[in-house]
Write a protein that binds this ligand. Structure first.
Ligand code: THU
Length: 117
């Protein structure tokens, strides 16, 4: 979250994606002057993990500078469920509280790799 590059929105987000073998891959949001190119912290974390060979995840923890805990956006939900539909999602704002959900509750009836079989 401290490393967020967010001069346009001012919102800082950090994510830590935990693997089934106990590793953590972190990410922050990276905005761009061409606004639509912005990357969310969660997707930065997942692409870092997958590009390092990690594809099995148990939990994602998300922290943000927003007043209320920031829930993962739709694009991040879809990207995460590609790898871990049952992912445990923990979110916290600066004043808490931590909110917890399962990814399949946040993205019910998802389009998934199974649809392409
Ligand atoms: N953002 C995230 O990093 N994760 C989300 O799930 C939602 C939004 C970032 C993107 C942008 O830099 C800022 O929050 C405001 O939308």
């Amino acid at each position: 979250m401290r490393r967020a590059h967010s001069p346009y929105s001012g919102v800082r987000v950090g994510a830590a994606l935990l693997t089934n073998d106990g590793r953590a891959f972190t990410g922050c949001n990276v905005e761009n002057a061409s606004y639509g190119l912005t990357l969310c912290a969660e997707r930065v974390a997942v692409v870092k993990a997958v590009s390092e060979g990690a594809t099995r995840f148990t939990t994602i923890a998300i922290a943000s500078s927003t007043k209320e805990p920031l829930m993962p956006c739709g694009a991040c939900r879809q990207t995460l469920q590609e790898f871990a539909p049952g992912l445990r999602v923990l979110v916290a704002g600066p004043r808490g509280p931590v909110r917890e959900a399962r990814l399949d509750e946040l993205l019910p009836h998802a389009f998934s790799p199974r649809d392409l079989r």
